[in-house]
Design a protein around this ligand. Structure first.
Ligand code: URA
Length: 443
């Protein structure tokens, strides 16, 4: 092997642009096990610190996509559409918007990720459903896409394996929050999974990897440009992640909340973001003429029960126990339940999403090391959120964890995450910006 990863790390650290064939070699060698975790982590850190040009990000995405198969969904009978979030806390939108779009006639065939850093992952959530497999072989992925119109799989050795390895290493080495690494990770999965249309949910705020709106917009533009360059119809929504989405943060409890949302009984914010994402998925797939008709279709899919039926069908097709959707916490009772109460009166003025993510992580809902197992039952239920009025002794949040030590660690994070003040705060919009879906490449 002629490529020297140390040399490439040094060049990147000195701000030099790497060539497409050099990036291809890095990706191929790491995927094959010819580069160890330590030198790869150093290279990822150099990328985090120095960034990448758009040409490098495109080349990295292509190399990661080509580390496995590229599925061709063009023969399917329904229009294909994918969605992906850049990550958040309490973000169960895939589990709500995916079934809605499928119920409205789209084929949603997607690859999702596991928890990353303080953020949760759809795959960890889905795997709390007894029997459900997220390891779907390419042929089965295609067959389920055609038959059910909804399939959510984990990245595997067949599809974007480079992302699987790099994602786990980034999680373990604090090298997640780089726009180029996020864009290539997400877009390699999207390009490998083959959908014609893609809607990106780019989160902004304390619980997102991009804390500022301007950074989030530039990440959205980078991913949109990569997707359009690959010939896909791509759009993006910028959504608020200053406080967690919904009330549940964890794994099984998020499935439970997603099912409630599909019954029309979920928290307002989960409903609003999921319907917005689903509406734009329908527009991107050319099933809805515009956002307003997409929204109307999405609301009807919830009201008629068709969206929940779509989730049930997917769970069954992937070997899961459909009855568990009616009682997602059954079998996931945790050893300890603790309640976190308010010590003063006032309004919740801030509920730091990142802090709540750390609380869920401390409870056992995420991984601190690459090899950690997530506890399906662990999590945080937020009983009070920004704008709510509280009295001393009111319960702000409940935590479930396997041990008392974990509960205490989660409480310490919640203590930092909640702020109580004297003035009722204004609540901002949940959808902050939209890049309308299009396949047109910017000149
Ligand atoms: N989601 C992904 O799939 N990859 C990232 O890097 C961040 C969020």
């Amino acid at each position: 092997m002629s490529m020297d990863i140390r040399r490439l790390s040094e060049r990147k650290r000195h701000g030099q642009e790497l060539a497409a064939d050099e990036l291809r070699e890095v990706v191929a060698a790491y995927t094959a096990g010819d580069i160890g975790d330590a030198p790869m982590a150093a290279w990822l850190m150099a990328v985090c610190c120095e960034g990448m040009t758009e040409a490098e990000a495109w080349a990295l995405t292509e190399a990661m996509t080509d580390s496995g198969e590229r599925l061709d969904l063009s023969g399917l009978s329904r229009p294909t559409v994918d969605k992906h979030s850049t990550g958040g806390v309490g973000d169960k939108v895939t589990l709500v918007a995916g079934p809605i779009a499928a119920a409205c006639g789209a084929c949603v065939a997607k690859m999702s990720g596991r928890g990353l850093g303080h953020t949760g992952g759809t795959i960890d959530k889905l795997e709390t459903i007894p029997g459900l497999s997220t390891q779907v072989a390419p042929d089965d992925f295609m067959a389920q896409a055609e038959r059910v119109g909804l399939v959510v799989a984990a990245q595997s050795m067949a599809l974007a394996p480079a992302d699987g390895k790099m994602y786990a290493l980034r999680d373990a080495t604090g090298t997640v929050d780089s726009p180029a690494l996020i864009a290539s990770s997400i877009m390699s999965k999207k390009l490998a999974a083959g959908a014609d249309a893609i809607v990106l949910d780019v989160t902004v705020g304390s619980g997102a990897f991009m804390r500022e709106r301007v950074e989030a917009l530039s990440l959205a533009e980078l991913m949109v440009s990569i997707g359009r360059r690959a010939g896909r119809c791509v759009g993006a929504l910028l959504t608020d992640m200053d406080q967690p989405l919904g009330e549940a943060v964890g794994n099984a409890i998020e499935v439970e909340e997603a099912v409630r949302a599909l019954r029309g009984l979920g928290p307002r914010d989960v409903h609003e973001v999921s319907v917005a994402v689903a509406a734009w998925m329908l527009v991107a797939a050319r099933i809805a003429a515009d956002e307003a008709s997409g929204r109307a279709m999405a609301e009807e899919a919830i009201a008629s029960g068709a969206a929940l039926d779509a989730l049930r069908e997917m769970v069954q097709a992937q070997g899961g126990d459909v009855a568990a959707l009616d009682r997602p916490m059954l079998g996931h009772e945790s050893a300890e339940l603790g309640r976190w109460g308010a010590s003063e009166a006032g309004w919740v003025t801030c509920l730091d999403a990142r802090g709540v993510g750390y609380a869920a992580l401390a409870a056992g809902a995420g991984r601190r090391r690459k090899t950690d197992e997530v506890d399906p039952a662990a999590g945080v239920r937020l009983l009070r959120k920004v704008g709510d009025c509280v009295e001393p002794g009111d319960i702000l949040a409940e935590v479930t964890a396997r041990s008392h030590e974990r509960l205490i660690a989660a409480f310490e994070e919640l203590d930092r995450a909640y702020q109580i003040g004297n003035e009722r705060p204004e609540l901002g919009p949940l959808v902050l910006d939209i890049i309308t879906p299009s396949a047109e490449v910017a000149p």
